[in-house]
Design a protein around this ligand. Sequence first.
Ligand SMILES: [Cu+2]
Length: 172
Amino acid sequence: MAMTPVALTRMALVLRTGLIGAAVLLTGGLAAAESYSAGGLQIGSPWTRATPKGSTVSAGYLSITNKGTEADRLIGGSLAPASRFEVHTTVTENGVARMRQVTSLEIKPGETVELKPGGMHVMFMGLKQPLTSGQTLKGTLVFEKAGTVAIEFVVQAPGATSPAPGGGHKHH
Ligand SMILES: [Cu+2]
């Protein structure tokens, strides 16, 4: 077998979670942003921010590209240390930005939906432990058609605005 130990570990992880069709593509480097595919969906660079002391919530960001021919919807997910996971949008009312929970987020064929600071995001609530920069946390995304996809969120610094430390942006 020509597989590296890293590839074997990744494979074991996918097998252990019992998920078929969630291929993990390594982009190289420790705690680097990764991309995942499930059916026609491609999920890029899931990340979140370290939590300040005493805080039990954090937001998660990623991109979802639909390379398939049917629309799909993000309907939920999980993060290991969080007791609740919600899909949120940000709306501005009277000049004040507020987060609002939505039941699902549609990704049309050929479309890329970016979950990023100031816009759509996923919300982790009831964190049982603080999130620390450099951590990689197991989680899932649940789609109406593609089902449950195992992913990992990379924890960036509290003020981070992108998944790449230092502001660099990796193109695929
Ligand atoms: Cu939120």
